[in-house]
Design a protein around this ligand. Structure first.
Ligand code: SF4
Ligand code: SF4
Length: 79
């Protein structure tokens, strides 16, 4: 049984500091190539394999409270 989840990033709150990128233990966050309304490249969640463990490190590091972490409910078997 493993905890899984995902995050949402409010890209217009993001100032592109990169802390969430540095602290994600699964390397699931990267800079977007587009610009947000403040002129920064915002952080973007990229998790094609469903590896997010909902640890919340990204959320805790973000100085702009731009990240919301969601944890899937229930049991994921065979993990
Ligand atoms: S919750 Fe954890 S694993 Fe998921 S994106 Fe944030 S730092 Fe990475
Ligand atoms: S920590 Fe927050 S402000 Fe910094 S890049 Fe990540 S989402 Fe943007």
């Amino acid at each position: 049984m493993a905890v899984k989840g995902y995050i949402e990033i409010d890209e217009d709150r993001c100032k592109g500091c990169g802390l969430c990128i540095s602290f994600c233990p699964k390397n699931l966050i990267r800079f977007s190539e587009k610009f947000n309304s403040k002129g920064y490249h915002p952080a973007e969640f990229h998790d094609p394999q469903g590896e997010c463990i909902a640890c919340g490190f990204c959320y805790q590091m973000c100085p702009e409270t731009a990240i919301t972490v969601y944890r899937f409910q229930g049991v994921i078997e065979n993990e």
